[in-house]
Write a protein that binds this ligand. Structure first.
Ligand SMILES: [Zn+2]
Length: 516
């Protein structure tokens, strides 16, 4: 090496060393004395984390720098910000940019496209990724948002109201073009909701064609599967087939056993999933920590024949009792809001099956007239030991499936409920395991590379919480009560939540394939 180059090299090394020891100006924040859970599943340890700009710059045993902001986190746990892989918090984002329910759970990233929908008030509406990017750039939210291209919204866009049938080859090609545009604009994959319209009328081949487009761009596939009741295993087989034939990672949204006849069979479900993985299909799942699910009335009638009494009777025998299906919102007659099917049957002096059929038909008529969802229901349909067994599967991560403004308490409580109830109280998961399933595991399932783990170079999405007190407070009666125990939340290095409230600093970003 010529001497001049050697000198130059030495000089720059010295410069680097002196920069890190004696900075001229300090913009960093050092969080000290925290119990660090790094998101990998490793045990917690006492240490410090330095953030500077939008990044984590150091983790571990770190000396303080003159002039940097110090936060003493004695007694508190510090983890990567939680990632909610199935969220409906992208709807009403203009009203809820500050994300109170999301940040108060310690969540710093939400994933759009849940159930194959764009997240608009108009059930038939489609927001292309390019439009979402523009809107978010103009009015960013307080948390990061990644998007999956939404199959149901795209199918409505192409087929309109004539969507209760198989698509033609031309229509599939037109859908593929919209998926491709979304992928080019940064979507991280394709999402379906095959228990909902119009996806329920699609063939598996249609989905494979569209999933191949996502695969070409390195995206994944996630799905609210075609059936969560008596044909759940067929639906799982369909996801596995899509993963195999389209050649991409596949993710089952909010995995559950919601048919009483299948309660207690999680071992065989997990065996099928593990066999698929062993055969080369990268299949994963997410779950929310409740025995109650929330959806709409129509899904109870897979054929969409709302006058099929056998289906109504099947629902009560297999899915939930008339007392356990609550109308959380019934637009055609708001007086029924909060009542069960059994309550409405008593009031209207009809039997429960007739009541269910009539309410579902009324909700469908309302949807077709207004374009707005007519009936939200919450039903108690899962067995606690199944919920626990599915959340403990190695490749399950947590989600909320929640919304702003109430309904199911999961929108404000899911993540603290896991930590407070399932970890601290029931001890069915360890702290590092549960946190891994909110961070590193979730990032891996979504293909995020620079988030979900506490390490130098990653984005500074962080949650500081009290492991002794963290708990959900949202209930069926008060579904928007904020959780307790989340002390501070940073999103891309910016303090987004402290003293029990959002700071209304909107540092969230669109996570795209190139920056994930
Ligand atoms: Zn869903």
């Amino acid at each position: 090496m010529p001497i001049s180059h050697f000198t130059l090299l030495i000089t720059s090394v010295l410069l680097l060393v002196s920069c890190s020891e004696e900075p001229t100006s300090v913009s960093s924040t050092l969080i000290i004395n925290a119990i660090i859970f790094d998101g990998t599943g490793a045990d917690g340890y006492d240490g410090s984390v330095r953030i500077d700009g939008d990044r984590i710059v150091a983790v571990g045993d770190i000396a303080t720098l003159n002039g940097e902001t110090i936060i003493d986190a004695t007694g508190l746990a510090l983890a990567p910000g939680f990632i909610d892989t199935h969220s409906h918090h992208d709807s009403n984002m203009d009203e809820y940019r500050h994300m109170p329910g999301v940040l108060s759970q310690g969540v710093t990233t939400i994933v759009r496209g849940a159930d194959g929908f764009s997240g608009t008030d108009d059930e038939f509406g489609f927001i292309p990724q390019s439009e979402f990017n523009r809107t978010f750039a103009a009015t960013p939210a307080a948390v990061n948002v990644a998007s999956y291209s939404p199959h149901n919204s795209i199918r409505y866009r192409i087929m309109g109201t004539d969507s209760r049938r198989e698509a033609t080859a031309d229509e599939v090609a037109a859908m593929a073009a919209l998926v491709e545009a979304d992928m080019q604009d940064g979507a991280v994959g394709l999402a379906t909701g095959l228990e909902y319209e119009p996806g329920i009328f699609s063939t598996t081949e249609e989905i494979i064609e569209l999933a191949k487009v996502a695969a070409n761009y390195g995206g994944g596939y996630m799905s609210h599967v075609r059936d969560e009741d008596d044909r759940f295993m067929d639906a799982v087989d369909e996801v596995i087939r899509i993963g195999r034939e389209a050649g991409l990672p596949v993710h089952i949204s909010h995995i559950k056993l919601a048919d009483r006849a299948f309660w207690g069979t999680t071992d065989s479900v997990i065996e099928v999933l593990n066999n698929a993985r062993a055969s080369g299909v990268d299949i994963t799942a997410d779950i929310y920590p409740y025995q109650r699910w929330a959806s709409n009335l129509a899904i109870l009638f897979p054929s969409r024949n709302f006058s099929d009494r056998d289906v109504a009777e099947f629902t009560f025998a297999h899915t939930a009792n008339p007392d356990d299906i609550i109308l959380s919102h019934f637009a055609p007659n708001p007086e029924f809001d909060g009542l069960s099917i059994a309550d409405v049957a008593r009031i209207t002096e009809r039997d429960p099956a007739t009541t269910l059929m009539e309410l579902t038909q009324a909700a469908d008529d309302y949807l077709r007239e207004t374009g707005r969802g007519g009936a939200s229901i919450i039903a108690k349909g899962m067995d606690e030991s199944d919920v626990v067994a599915l959340m403990r599967w190695e490749f399950t991560n947590f989600c909320s499936d929640g919304s702003h403004g109430g309904g199911h308490p999961r929108g404000y409580g899911a993540f603290p409920r896991v930590l407070g109830h399932y970890v601290r109280e029931l001890k069915v998961l360890s702290w590092p395991e549960a946190i891994h399933k909110m961070t590193g595991r979730s990032a891996d399932a979504m293909g995020f590379r620079d988030r979900g783990r506490l390490k130098a170079g990653n984005y500074a999405d962080l949650v500081l919480f009290d492991p002794d007190t963290i708990i959900d407070n949202a209930t069926m009666d008060n579904s928007t009560a904020l959780s307790t125990g989340v002390h501070s939340v940073w999103v891309n290095g910016v303090l987004a939540f402290e003293n029990g409230a959002p700071t209304k600093r909107f540092s969230g970003r669109v996570i795209t394939r190139s920056n994930r």
